[in-house]
Design a protein around this ligand. Structure first.
Ligand SMILES: [Fe+2]
Ligand SMILES: [Fe+2]
Length: 441
């Protein structure tokens, strides 16, 4: 019998995708989780709250992709850089907020646009992220307290946070811990423990609950703990922190939910990819069913379809949403995304099998694809099916700035490539299965 897989292991691995999407180095969420759970150790949280906090810390950035496009177009800048810098400053202080806006706006026009948009727009941008993050946590069937923690993580003790300006104990304790932990992690990583503690002290009573700051300060003497947070194996330590009496097991159905939830995170990144992953999965499964794939392979292919573009979270929206032609450098960044997909999926033991399939979705039979540029004989049938589904979905998708191509027209264009660049068997099966695919769904 299979060894039971903990959901925490899967989430710790996938949290790296959220880190890079939010402009952090991989490991930000797992380190935040270690810090937050350490604070939780010192207060009397019941097991249910500990479990909810654990997942809230690990998945706090589930909504990160949902405001990336808007933030990027508002500032005319790389969303990763803008988000990373936002964590370093105290935006409730006017001079710091203004300096941030000047430094992170792409140009003078962008600067004027950001200033004109004002605080109300920024509140909306944060609210979108909080709402989507909480919704996706619910999709993952995590406790409601986890969703609420993610929703309220940017509320500040003095009432100047987002999205509702809650103050003091109006903010749930788990969200107060998460807010302190995530900011501490950024300063710890960039400047070391002393500066991180100094930051917490300065913002005590403004951003953070003073009682929690005192706990954090008291924990500073435990140097071994902090060395552990900064060590290479912080990710491995995190799964061990999940409360034992509240273990969540990642069975097959739960792993499907995980893939579905992350597909939403991926598709929210850009208005050009609305429902793309979900539709690619659907088309790939229909095509593979026509080819007679067994159930287990269909399940893997569906997950590969849902997650194939997870590496796109690492691409700036300046590039993803650019209306014109990409520069060579920009195209090189785009071409890296299947590799990033592969790296992320390989970290999840149970997704290692689909990593190869997902990472090959831009390969072509003649070797002209990316990221490896391998030829057809090195591509398995599942990878070929996924590649065909990806092309077909992109062509026929309804996008904000262009009309969808008619199904027949897309198939006609693809027919020219069948046998040369795309697999003729997979294409034939796509054609046969294309009829029942309901585009309006
Ligand atoms: Fe892709
Ligand atoms: Fe794609």
């Amino acid at each position: 019998m299979d060894v039971e897989l903990r959901l925490s292991e899967v989430m710790a691995a996938l949290s790296h995708a959220l880190d890079i999407s939010d402009g952090h180095p991989a490991g930000h969420a797992t380190r935040t989780c270690l810090i937050g759970m350490r604070v939780a150790d010192e207060i009397d949280l019941d097991p249910a709250d500990r479990s909810a906090l654990f997942y809230g810390l690990l998945l706090k950035d589930l909504g990160c992709s949902s405001n990336a496009a808007r933030l990027s177009s508002l500032y005319g800048a790389d969303d990763h850089v803008a988000k990373r810098n936002a964590k370093r400053i105290d935006q409730t202080r006017l001079p710091e907020a203004l300096a941030y806006i000047v430094r992170n706006s792409g140009g003078f026009r962008d600067l004027v646009r950001v200033l004109a948009a004002g605080a109300k727009t920024m509140r909306e941008v944060t609210e979108t992220r909080c709402e989507r993050g909480a919704e996706i946590a619910r999709m993952l069937e995590l406790p409601e307290e986890t969703a609420q923690t993610i929703y309220s993580i940017d509320e500040h003790w003095d009432g100047k946070g987002h999205p509702h300006g809650l103050a003091g104990e109006e903010i749930r304790i788990l969200a107060r811990i998460a807010c302190l932990a995530q900011t501490t992690e950024v300063f710890l990583r960039e400047h070391g423990l002393d500066v991180a503690l100094e930051m917490a002290e300065k913002r005590s009573g403004r951003w953070f609950d003073p009682a929690l700051v005192r706990i954090l300060r008291a924990a500073a003497v435990d140097r071994e703990f902090w060395l552990g947070v900064e060590s290479e194996d912080a990710g491995a330590r995190v799964a061990a922190l999940e409360p034992d009496d509240r273990l969540v097991i990642a069975d097959e159905a739960r792993l499907d939910r995980v893939a579905e939830a992350f597909a939403q995170v991926i598709d929210a990144k850009s208005p050009y990819t609305f429902r793309h992953s979900e539709r690619v999965a659907e088309i790939a499964v229909a095509t593979a069913t026509t080819l007679g794939f067994p159930d287990e392979s269909l399940r893997d292919l569906r997950r590969a379809g849902l997650l194939h573009d997870i590496g796109k979270l690492a691409i700036s929206n300046l590039i993803l949403d650019k209306p014109g032609k990409l520069t060579e450098e920009e195209f090189a960044a785009v071409k890296r995304h299947p590799l990033v997909t592969e790296q992320i999926l390989r970290r999840v033991t149970r997704f290692a099998d689909i990593a190869d399939i997902a990472a090959a979705h831009h390969e072509k039979l003649d070797g002209s694809g990316y990221h490896r540029g391998v030829r057809g004989d090195e591509l398995g049938l599942p990878a070929r099916v996924l590649a065909v589904a990806d092309i077909f979905e992109a062509m026929t998708a309804d996008r904000p700035y262009r009309q969808p191509m008619e199904m027949e027209q897309a198939l006609e264009l693809m027919r020219h490539d069948a046998g040369a660049r795309i697999c003729p068997d997979a294409f034939g099966a796509l054609e046969r299965s294309a009829g029942p695919l309901d585009r309006a769904a």
